[in-house]
Design a protein around this ligand. Structure first.
Ligand code: MG
Ligand code: ZN
Length: 352
């Protein structure tokens, strides 16, 4: 009996290897503040469907931080990026202040291309967690310095002032230019770059809310993928729908829905890429839920949503993890937000 079991196990193993379970490209997408209610508010407003529904597996992640029952985006982002629970407000460091390499840093070290695409200031907590190591998320100039030292291939977002209009007089854009980065100050300029390294600073502070910023986020992801796909070793890309959270803080239902649907259109870009490019994994999650949102009424024919916010802050509830592509099944289940990093590294076949 034991022999039969062993033979079956071996066959399963060989079959798994034969069909190529190797992950080459990973796209991690973070909807800041995106709980299940934010997703369903978007789905209802969109009259019953989302691109997100193409996902193949769903899991849940526990988001509490090392210091608080309710996390902020610094500790939440650091948990996903670096795989450690840390104190609220911390970026890319553990509770003792040690810098922890992020998924992006490890991919870069392994010769892969890397990218960060966000609808906020590039120095804001979520993207910073993948690039920087700072004890406080408000140290935006220091976080911009960390971009210059990161070797990231493509970054697109706002925050030009933190790179160029600084108290210390340094010009980080100029420094990155001298390191070989092409610099783009608008989405038109971003679209022209097809290879090499790109620093896209498309707003002085945060990009505008949707719909004022137009298709900035999905277009920026398309542009980033065009560059990143050139590396035969693969890539790691982090994408953030940054402003879903801000709608929750403002208790503004329309803002939550606008940002959720913009993020969903961005998810379509990632899913389409993964469909055409085997060995790509897409993982979509949140750092925490914002607003304690509940949906107390709605109409799938008219798209009407009746939402109710229970707080202007974050909440503690588990966040959904949606996955698609090679290795997606590893993200089913209930686990810690810090488990996402080791799961991805294992799928990359990377030791650490
Ligand atoms: Mg964020
Ligand atoms: Zn927030």
């Amino acid at each position: 009996m034991k022999k039969v079991m062993m033979t079956i196990l071996m066959m399963v193993l060989v079959f798994d290897l034969a069909i190529g379970q190797e992950v080459k490209n990973v796209i991690v997408m973070i909807g800041d503040g995106m709980g299940v209610s934010q997703v369903y508010a978007g789905l209802t407003a969109n009259k019953g469907s989302l691109h997100l529904e193409r996902c193949q597996y769903v899991g849940f992640a526990k988001t509490y931080s090392a210091s608080d029952y309710i996390t902020d985006s610094g500790a939440g982002g650091t948990a996903i990026a670096c795989g450690v629970k840390t104190k609220n407000g911390t970026i890319g460091m553990d509770t003792s202040g040690n810098s922890i390499p992020s998924l992006l840093a490890i991919a870069s070290k392994n010769g892969q291309s890397t990218g960060v695409v966000v609808s906020c200031d590039l120095t804001h907590a979520t993207p910073a967690s993948f690039i920087a190591h700072q004890p406080n998320r408000n140290m935006t100039e220091e976080i911009a310095n960390d971009y210059a030292n990161s070797d990231v291939t493509v970054c697109i977002g706002g925050g030009r002032n933190n790179f160029e209009q600084r108290k210390d007089g340094r010009n980080i854009t100029a420094e990155m230019k001298s390191k070989g980065y092409q610099v783009a100050y608008s989405m038109d300029e971003v679209a022209k770059v097809k290879s090499g390294k790109l620093l896209g600073l498309v707003a002085e502070k945060h990009p505008a809310a949707f719909p004022e910023r137009g298709n900035m986020l999905p277009d920026a992801v398309s542009a980033a993928l065009d560059i990143l796909k050139n590396n035969e070793k693969g890539f790691f890309l982090m994408v953030e729908g940054s402003q879903i959270d801000w709608g929750g803080h403002a208790k503004n239902q329309e803002q939550v829905i606008n940002e959720m649907l913009d993020f969903d259109r961005t998810i379509k870009v990632a899913f389409d890429f993964a469909e055409k490019n085997p060995n790509t994994l897409v993982v979509i999650t949140a750092d925490h839920e914002t607003g304690g949102l509940s949906i107390v009424g709605g109409n799938l024919e008219t798209g009407e949503v009746k939402a109710s916010f229970s707080t202007g802050g974050h909440t503690s509830v588990m966040v959904p993890v949606y996955s698609y592509g090679t290795g997606a099944k590893e993200f089913a289940g209930i686990y810690q937000n810090t488990d996402i990093k080791p799961k991805i590294l294992q799928l990359y076949g990377s030791k650490k």
